[in-house]
Write a protein that binds this ligand. Structure first.
Ligand SMILES: Cc1ncc(COP(=O)(O)O)c(C=O)c1O
Length: 401
């Protein structure tokens, strides 16, 4: 073999090869097909198309113009960590020491990876309610851990059942992941269920990663309080949150985690090695987001609420059922009656209707028979797209009768 040939086909590590065999390929395939689809309507995104509030953008611009261009302390600007600790106390009833219990990361995504890298030994088990946000599966795999999916069901709006968690606990169980509101289902975990989960975590000495990224993207009076507030839970919970969704700041790449000091101290070095620090201008923007008027959040959530309403109304008109999505950007449409796989349905929707939605199976086995449909598009597009999906859905349902 000549040098050029061996260079063009490097051997990948076994863990990366294993990851390539997982749900990510569905995503890659759908995105590739979408790229070839003329006049595509995308109801696939999880990345708000709404503008970042101007005072937040201005803070980033000002940071750059005044030569704030260097690394910050790896755990984040002290002022930002203070603002985060104040936010957690004010809004979530959680009390953390800003300089030892808050770590600023490059998005919640980095926080997830840092936690998995820091807590898992090979073979350690992570209980993950299924359907799940795919990055969790990847992050656990990269840390040589093992995902233990905890099935959830449309009939319970995909809220995790405490008994299903407890039934899967083994001596290797290390961490339980809770994402509420959930990507991809929009489900939330109610207080009584949280209390039951907390009892299980205490009984089995489990750590909990509580992903609260969609805490503000919640509707019709639903509540998603942090499990860390419950007695005995602060010591064993890592709260993960960020700015991407609430303030439409996905590209800024700022998030954070908060937890008990010894755990947060242990996470600092892996964070340092991975990224050194979150971008300084983005940290200044995040500070402006927290310190500024929160009226912009009401406006953003108002836009989301109108689009969500349009999506849910369109689905009802199209005759497509869906479990109630109390939060996040999605409806998890129930197309089981069509009698074909979610992947085949999503591909047909793309090729025959020119609409991108993701099959529920991209997010775990419990997503079979469901489509994740995002409302992050203009309302007329949402209406047009769902009408087309509805046409295909009815065709398949009728063919089966
Ligand atoms: C549940 C969940 N957690 C974490 C992330 C990562 O968000 P970010 O890194 O932009 O903060 C996402 C992004 O979509 C998500 O849906």
């Amino acid at each position: 073999m000549n040098e050029a040939a061996s260079f063009s086909s490097p051997r990948l590590s076994r863990k990366i090869q294993a990851l390539q065999g997982s749900a990510e390929t569905t995503f890659t395939r759908m995105v590739r097909l979408a790229g070839q689809t003329p006049n595509l309507i995308s109801l696939g995104r999880g990345d708000p198309d709404v503008a970042t509030p101007p005072h937040i953008v201005a803070a980033a611009v000002q940071a750059l113009q005044t030569h704030h261009v260097n690394y910050t302390p790896p755990p984040g600007l002290p002022a930002l960590r203070e603002a985060i600790a104040e936010k957690l106390a004010r809004e979530n009833g959680l009390h953390y020491a800003p300089l030892s219990e808050v770590l600023v990361t490059c998005g919640a995504q980095e926080a997830i990876s840092v936690i998995m890298q820091s807590l898992l030994d090979p073979g350690d088990e992570v209980l993950l309610p299924d359907p799940f946000y795919t990055a969790y599966e990847m992050a656990v795999g990269l840390a040589h851990g093992k995902v233990v999916p905890v099935p959830t069901y449309a009939e319970q709006n995909f809220e995790v059942l405490p008994a299903e968690i407890e039934a899967r606990i083994t001596p290797r169980s290390r961490l339980l992941v809770l994402v509420s509101p959930s990507n991809p289902t929009g489900g939330v975990i109610s207080l009584p269920v949280q209390e039951a989960i907390a009892r299980i975590a205490l009984r089995h000495n489990l750590l909990v990663l509580s992903d609260e990224l969609y805490e503000k993207v919640i509707f019709e009076g639903a509540l998603a309080p942090s499990i860390a507030r419950l007695p005995g839970m602060r010591e064993r919970t890592l709260v993960v949150n960020g700015f991407s969704k609430t303030y439409c700041m996905t590209g800024f790449r700022v998030g954070y985690l908060a937890g008990p000091a010894p755990l947060v101290a242990a996470l600092q070095e892996p964070h340092h090695i991975l990224t050194i620090c979150a971008p300084v201008a983005s940290q200044q923007a995040a500070l402006a987001a927290l310190r500024g008027d929160q009226g912009c959040v009401d406006e953003i959530i108002g836009i989301f609420a109108r689009r969500r309403q349009a999506l849910l109304t369109s689905l009802r008109q199209a005759g497509i059922p869906f479990p109630h999505p109390a939060g996040a950007f999605f409806a998890f449409a129930d197309v089981r009656a069509a009698g074909i796989s979610a992947a085949a349905f999503a591909e047909a929707v793309l090729q025959q209707a020119g609409v991108l939605v993701f099959p529920g199976t991209q997010y775990g086995r419990c997503g079979e028979g469901f489509l994740r449909i995002s409302y992050l598009a203009e309302i007329p597009e949402i209406e047009r797209a769902v009408e087309r999906i509805g046409g295909l859905y009815r065709q398949w349902v009728q063919q089966r009768q």
